[in-house]
Design a protein around this ligand. Structure first.
Ligand SMILES: [Zn+2]
Length: 209
């Protein structure tokens, strides 16, 4: 069985991973059965990393980083020790790993969590490919969209945006990433639109007066 839970940033994915994983781990632990929990952190060379849920009592879970595993067969070897697996940040999974996930899901339960798109609204290839492969290859398969509220008006969010294009630029709000609805995104894009050439000229002429 494969369950893919996807959404925007701040849709509560880490909270969901920990809330779903924890009780299962506790039940199976009594019987000496391992539930695997994994993450993809491609820019982290460590084997073990922490995932954290800010919304869930700041719960932290130490998880195995699959990003540094090369082949799909090695991934399957690691999964073999587990009764079921949870995988966070699956949007960063290398495409060849998706075969291993699908293969394992034919005989075991797999919960995958991933971002649907980046802050430029570009879809994450691995998340969408996993969904397609799940629908095509698996009988027992489900995809759930975790919803997020717009940071500005509270409506259903459809995008993540980044409030600056410049890493060094000072941003008034502490959080650079925002979760926004279609309407608020249009307003913000309009406000952040670079000045057209003739507008710059107009500005310049007012400065020179
Ligand atoms: Zn909004």
């Amino acid at each position: 069985m494969l369950i893919v839970k996807m959404g925007l940033m701040k849709a509560g994915k880490s909270k969901d991973v920990i809330e779903t994983y924890k009780p299962m781990k506790d039940i199976y632990y009594k019987a000496g059965i391992a539930i695997g929990i994994f993450v993809y952190k491609p820019y982290d060379e460590r084997k073990w990393v922490d995932i954290e849920s800010r919304a869930f009592d700041n719960k932290i879970e130490r998880v195995y980083n699959l990003a540094n595993i090369k082949s799909a067969s090695e991934v399957l070897e690691i999964f073999e020790f587990c009764h079921m697996v949870f995988i966070d940040e699956v949007q960063f999974a290398p495409l060849e790993h998706l075969n291993a996930i699908i293969e394992y899901a034919k005989t075991h339960d797999v919960f995958c969590y991933g971002l649907e798109k980046d802050y430029l609204s570009k879809p994450f290839e691995s998340t969408w490919k996993l969904i397609t492969m799940g629908a095509y290859f698996l009988d027992d398969y489900n995809v759930i969209r975790l919803e997020a509220d717009c940071d500005y008006c509270g409506d259903l969010a459809e995008h993540n945006i980044r409030l600056t294009d410049d890493e060094n630029l000072f941003v008034v709000e502490k959080e650079i990433y925002k979760t926004v609805c279609d309407k608020c995104k249009i307003e913000i894009d309009e406000l952040r639109k670079p000045l057209e050439n003739d507008e710059i000229e107009k500005e310049k002429s007012t400065w020179n007066q």
